[in-house]
Design a protein around this ligand. Structure first.
Ligand code: AKB
Length: 315
């Protein structure tokens, strides 16, 4: 079967690395990158790019048909912290873009969808340690509500129309290529930049805030493995729990201090503290391990080495 991939939101933190990975795997002309604006140079010169507003159904459909797209990765979204500032905008972007691709698949214009969910689907009443796949879910953020609702719609479209939609509940993602934008877990990327540049960092979460996190290479591997897995192995059509590592700001600081001993952290928690406090500390991803052989590879200290060695020439 001839596979042709469209990535919507290709210039974001995940989209940039996903696009490059998929182009290396399937060939650059098989992967169309799209976003509302142009992105990093490395991405722009790596293959075909279209300006696309994920909220515009006609524009998405036109690109799908013109490029004979089979698989869509919908990476455009407003993350947790920004969505708290613009609740209606966050809700509309996150839901409208999802309905557009679900409807294209229902109408047989595309074959397969990847849609990212998040640990934000969980809320203050969810068990915090080794959060199970199926548990209490009462998200208290706009972003979390949109992701949990999205999960319900994904499962509904699979059950009712047979739409082949696959999804992962991403933890906080850490990468050196593209900065995240508007998330609560963003501190875990920023801290590396500030450690190299200023040898100090003011953290917007308190020292004890343990959150589930993952290095981007693992996240990209998980994303492509769930999309390439045999259809029969995807037993969960809402979204799979996925676990990488868990740490708090003190622990990431200690990991950085192994390379930059003079590095210091201080704490000025802001509105994002309440968001982080509502999320789990660690995730049970046994269903993903069982169904599509997921395995995490990169732990905190290895990630710190990769981050610092790749960022050091920038500062
Ligand atoms: C955020 O912090 O909003 C995201 C997420 C955990 O989905 N990184």
């Amino acid at each position: 079967m001839k596979k042709r991939i469209l990535i919507i939101g290709a210039c974001g933190q995940i989209g940039t690395e996903l696009t490059i990975y998929l182009r290396n795997k399937f060939g650059k002309h098989k992967v169309i990158a799209s976003d509302i604006r142009e992105g990093e140079k490395e991405l722009m010169k790596s293959g075909p790019f279209e300006i696309l507003d994920a909220m515009d159904y006609n524009a998405v459909e036109e690109i799908v048909i013109r490029h004979e797209i089979t698989d869509v990765y919908l990476m455009a979204a407003m993350l947790s912290a920004t969505a708290e500032k613009f609740p209606m905008k966050g809700w509309l972007l996150n839901m409208t873009s999802l309905f557009h691709v679900l409807n294209l698949a229902r109408d047989k214009k595309i074959d397969k969808i990847f849609w990212p969910s998040s640990i934000a689907v969980f809320g203050p009443t969810t068990p915090k340690i080794d959060t199970p796949q199926r548990t209490v879910m009462e998200p208290s953020t706009v972003y979390g509500i949109s992701k949990q609702t999205g999960e319900r719609w994904c499962e509904y479209y699979y059950n009712r129309y047979g739409v082949d939609v696959r999804s992962i509940r991403y933890p906080g993602l850490i990468s050196y290529k593209t900065l995240p934008g508007g998330g609560t877990t963003d501190y875990a990327v920023d801290i590396y930049h500030k450690a190299l540049k200023h040898k100090k960092y003011i953290c917007f979460l308190n020292a004890e805030t343990t959150l589930p996190m993952m290095f981007m290479d693992d996240a990209i591997r998980a994303t492509v493995s769930i999309m390439e897995a045999d259809k029969e192995n995807i037993k969960i059509r809402s979204s799979y729990n996925l676990s990488g590592m868990s740490f708090d700001p003190e622990e990431i600081t200690e990991s950085i201090q192994k390379h930059i001993p003079e590095f210091k952290i201080s704490y000025e928690p802001d509105f994002r503290q309440a968001i982080a406090d509502s999320w789990p500390q660690s995730i049970d991803d046994s269903e993903a391990r069982k169904d599509w052989s997921w395995e995490t590879k990169i732990a905190l200290d290895e990630m710190t080495e990769i981050m610092l060695s790749n960022l050091k020439d920038k500062y």
